[in-house]
Write a protein that binds this ligand. Structure first.
Ligand code: ISJ
Length: 381
């Protein structure tokens, strides 16, 4: 008998919840209608959608009028309502001019590549630009310099590895030079330990990423590890040296190229060890079939700022495929270190010529202290 009464009570309460929801929905729609009016005013008066001061006032009032245990929740609810409202307003305001991007240069082009012949980046460059001329440069920053001063049309560099994560130097240089990503590919990296025949290995040279990717193997190997600029340069150095105690970690193709012997093959911890490579250009180049967008931004150190940024993507129906945070590179002087010490790197699916994407990026640009479009490109398998 008692059980039945509780059931009835719940039914009653839920009925009232439904009626309340109907009312909330009616008021929500009414509020959005009012926001459409605000958007029309802003369009006529050339105002931007985001008005931080007004939002702050609304949130303070809402929180002060809520009981303590619900103040934060009420604040979040109204933050979300205002985000939806801005998304709606942006659609009304933007005739936002769809940005103009340059078209890709006609092949054959000159490619700048770090390291030397036999590197993994060379392999990626050939995959991205089959008929082009490849010039090698000692360092990642030399590749950027070559593109900057017109010595090369594009540069190719590693950006991300499935074992070791992001290659920070590439991201930092992208920011420093204000360059863009215009193509991407990936290749499976098969590391091997390579040395001259009969070597008594005491020291192993390789790029620090390669050393990281072979951590498990190296832990059990009694040799000193020395970071080197590039895997292929390390192999070349070992091949040209008279020292019989040194070895390199590089690809088997590279070992063969420099006449080294494969002491041990497949030494990467992850058998599917894969590295992604990007093509960088001075100007953004976007083709209609480009479907990955990379951006970076910094968020204020306030509760919920990451959540607020992410909800924008959901509201615009855009799928985030990667999010990473990293310390602010020294090179970005436009970020105040005291307040903004972390940058978020995001990839999402979309084309920068799509008006919805333009709207999302406009609102992020308005609201974030720092925002940069890093490129819109296609991945080549
Ligand atoms: C509605 C406006 O536009 C934006 C959305 C707000 C809201 O939904 O209340 C508040 C401030 C603006 O960021 C406005 O400017 O009043």
């Amino acid at each position: 008998m008692k059980k039945r009464r509780v059931k009835m009570d719940l039914k009653e309460i839920r009925k009232e919840i439904d009626a309340t929801d109907d009312e909330i929905l009616r008021l929500f729609l009414k509020r959005m209608d009012l926001c459409v009016g605000v958007a029309k005013y802003k369009k006529e008066n050339n105002m931007q959608v985001f008005q931080g001061k007004r939002e702050q006032e609304i949130l303070e009032r809402i929180k002060s009028e809520s009981p303590d245990d619900l103040a934060e929740g009420a604040g979040q609810l109204f933050t979300c309502i205002m985000d939806i409202s801005k998304c709606l307003q942006q659609r009304i305001l933007s005739d936002a001019p769809v940005p103009h991007f340059e078209s890709p240069k006609i092949q054959p082009v000159r490619i700048a590549c770090p390291g030397t012949k036999g590197s993994n980046t060379e392999e990626a460059s050939v995959k991205l630009f089959p008929d082009s001329e490849i010039d090698f440069y000692p360092d990642f920053s030399d590749v950027f310099e070559a593109v900057e001063n017109g010595g090369a049309d594009y540069g190719v560099l590693p950006i991300e590895n499935s074992t070791a994560g992001d290659i920070r130097q590439t991201y930092d240089l992208l920011a420093k030079y204000n360059f863009y990503i215009c193509k991407r590919t990936q290749i499976k990296i098969n590391h091997c330990l390579a040395a001259k025949p009969g070597a008594d290995i005491k020291t192993i040279y390789s790029h620090e990423q390669a050393l990281k990717q072979c951590f498990g193997f190296l832990k059990g190997y009694p040799a000193r590890q020395v970071p080197y600029a590039n895997t292929a340069l390390a192999a070349e150095m070992v091949a040209n040296s008279d020292d019989n105690t040194i070895a390199a970690i590089c690809s088997e193709r590279c070992a063969e190229l420099y006449g080294l012997e494969t002491v041990k093959r497949d030494i990467a911890d992850n058998p599917d060890n894969t590295t992604r490579f990007i093509c960088i250009s001075k100007r953004p180049e976007v083709t209609p079939d480009a479907d990955i967008i990379s951006i970076c931004m910094s968020l204020p150190h306030t509760t919920g700022s990451l959540y607020r940024m992410l909800i924008r993507f959901a509201l615009y129906g855009l799928n985030i495929t990667k999010i990473e945070s990293a310390p602010v590179p020294q090179a970005k002087q436009d970020i105040k270190r005291e307040t903004f010490d972390v940058v978020f790197y995001l990839d999402f699916e979309g084309n920068a010529l799509d008006p919805e994407v333009v709207r999302l990026m406009t609102i992020l640009e308005e609201e974030m202290k720092y925002f940069k479009f890093l490129g819109n490109y296609k991945h080549f398998d």
